[in-house]
Design a protein around this ligand. Sequence first.
Ligand code: SF4
Length: 146
Amino acid sequence: MQRGQHLLALTTDHQHILRGPAADEASARLTDFHHRTGFAGSVVTDPHRLRRVLARHDPEVYPGTYVTCVFNPDKALCRPRAAPDGHRAVPAPSECRPVECHNVALTADNTTALAGHADLLDHRLQTRPTPPTLLHADLVRNRRAR
Ligand code: SF4
């Protein structure tokens, strides 16, 4: 339900202009989703209808802090897992590779969050004394992914 409301906001709120490799696909899916809900704007006037449309015509767009995942399991660089209903795969955001994955679309908020996280990692990598080897390697790997 919360994701459905967020998706409606993405289709109607002009602050959420998407960029990135999957931006066009996201726009197409979200426009289709918005038409199917039949709502004039982003205000949900019928939560049951939104649930039904989401269950039948899920655009498989997953808004997140760092990326907006426009999910296509064939292109996913994370390891998609089965949805709670067992019928379809869903992305694994904890394994997201935002710099490499072609399923990535970015809102302005995503870009800001990614840049902030990269700054944080840079700061930790410059801290002296250097962190223990495994932690340092993990930070470097994480920084490359951002
Ligand atoms: S790697 Fe990230 S963007 Fe790509 S499918 Fe997985 S969660 Fe989505």
